[in-house]
Every structure is written in C-alpha cells, then in structure tokens.
Design a protein around this ligand. Structure first.
Ligand SMILES: C[S@@+](CC[C@H](N)C(=O)[O-])C[C@H]1O[C@@H](n2cnc3c(N)ncnc32)[C@H](O)[C@@H]1O
Length: 253
C-alpha cells in the first residue's frame, strides 16, 4: 500500500476507534532509528529560548549540536569518563551542564532542570525495548516537554509496522503526575515493576534509601513484595533494605 493510502486507512481506522491518528499526547514523541537522524533533529528542533534535557550524552557529539541551538542544556550520562569529557569539551559553552546521573532517576534530573522544553533520549543501541519504553514513561511522568526525541532502531521498526492502534483506556505511558516525595516514589514503584531484574535491583536499592529518609508504608509494602522476587539479586537487595542496611555503592551494569 502506498504511503498516502496507508495514512488514509490509518485515519479511518483511528476514527472508528474514537481516537486521533496522532494520538492524544500533548508531547510530540519522535523516534529516530539512526544516530544521524537523532543529531539532525538536535540541530533542527531547538528554539533559542529552549531548555533541553539530554539523557545518554556519551562523549557529547549531540550535546555540542544542542548547545549551539538552545539557551540551556542539561546533558547526563551514567558514565563518569564521558561526563568529564563533555565538561572539558564544552567548558567554553555557557548554559551547558554535564552531570553523571542515571536517566532512571528522573526526579533527580527534575531537581536540576524542572521544565525542559525538549528531551533527547539515547541510552544506547543495545538498550532493550522495555528499558527504552521505561525511560520514556519515566520522563512523561515528570515532565511535559514540547517534543521528546528517542533514538531506538527497535522502537522505530515497531512503529513503522503499526497500521492501527487502540488508545488504551488507562494510558500506562501517562501515569498520574505527583509532586515531591510522591513523584520519587511513583517513579521507583514504576521502575520496580520493570521486567528487567537490573531495574528491579536498582529500584529496591532506591526504595531503601527513600524509606530511610521518609517513612513510607508504600515503599515498605513494595520492598516486602520484592523480597519474594524470583530473581535472587532482587530479593537479596530488598531484604537488605528492609533490614535497614545502609546504602552501598551501585555500579551501573
Ligand atoms: C549510544 S550512546 C549515546 C550517543 C549520543 N546520543 C551521541 O550522539 O553521541 C548511549 C549512552 O547512554 C548511556 N546510558 C545508558 N544507560 C543510561 C542511563 N540509564 N542513564 C543515562 N545514561 C545512560 C551510555 O553510558 C552511553 O554513553
């Protein structure tokens, strides 16, 4: 089927389902299959007044492009050497901050940049699709950017195969937004339900830190459930945290 025909059919089917063909999201979500396209979008989308959050900045090639186009860029990566490099290379650029942060700690990102106009997410070619979706969901739980660009060949391939979709009644990509500790807890509970045990270990550890600072029956309840997790690494971490074990160094896998 040629593209206009395909678009018409998609609109017809979407109308039948009572949803718009572009979805109901206010944030425009763009999926780039290649780094080349991702960087082209980084060159084209920002307006001079925009504040941009970049998750997975690596050695800063996209950061440099964003820095030329926008007022403020917060670039984060889990890798300390990459962050050091971006800091050194962009020392001259005003409005650019590079921090070693995990993109899954969205409330931490929000503490540094509360209202990004654009978000760029590239957490690596080998990132599993559910990790990419989790990262996008966590961003949408906290932020309302104008555009969120995500680089993922897998997600892009999936999107290109979709000819029709039903808008879910309760959109799991748009969970209720919460403030303060509630937002942190909501993100951690979400992370703790990830299919990846690496994410669940991480969530258990962070839930432990949260409950040591603010008593939280919800965090306790979830840790008790995680203590029964079939993956031994998850259950061990949850048990340690329930026993009040102090925080340990966590290295990103
Ligand atoms: C393919 S590179 C990004 C390349 C970059 N977009 C560019 O244009 O050069 C992916 C980066 O994501 C980082 N990363 C992976 N998981 C992450 C996470 N959870 N939070 C932050 N950074 C992450 C990796 O350390 C790596 O540097």
């Amino acid at each position: 089927m040629d593209p206009p025909k395909r678009r018409r059919r998609r609109r017809r089917l979407a109308a039948l389902a009572g949803t718009s063909a572009r979805g109901t999201s206010q944030t425009e979500i763009m999926v780039a299959a290649s780094t080349e396209t991702y960087r082209r979008l980084a060159a084209e989308l920002p307006l001079p007044d925009d504040a941009v959050l970049e998750i997975g900045c690596s050695s800063g090639a996209t950061t440099q492009i964003l820095a030329r186009r926008s007022r403020r860029v917060l670039a984060v990566d889990v890798s300390a050497p990459f962050v050091e490099r971006v800091r050194a290379d962009l020392a001259h650029a005003s409005g650019v901050t590079a921090l070693q942060l995990d993109g899954r700690d969205v409330p931490d990102l929000a503490a540094h940049l509360p209202n990004p106009d654009l978000i760029f997410v590239d957490i690596g070619g080998n990132a599993q699709l559910d990790n990419v979706v989790l990262q996008v969901r966590q961003c949408l739980m906290t932020f309302s950017p104008r555009v969120l660009v995500v680089k993922s060949a897998e997600l892009s391939a999936l999107c290109s195969l979709v000819t029709w979709h039903e808008a879910p009644e309760h959109d799991p990509l748009r969970p209720r937004s919460t403030e303060g500790t509630g937002a942190v807890l909501a993100n951690l509970l979400d992370l703790s339900r990830s299919s990846s045990s690496v994410n669940r270990v991480y969530a258990a550890r962070r839930l432990g830190v949260l409950r040591s600072r603010h008593p939280s029956p919800e965090a306790d309840r979830r840790l008790e459930e995680l203590a029964e997790d079939p993956d031994e690494r998850v259950s061990r971490m949850a048990r340690l945290k329930l026993q009040g074990h102090p925080d340990t160094h966590y290295s990103h896998p």
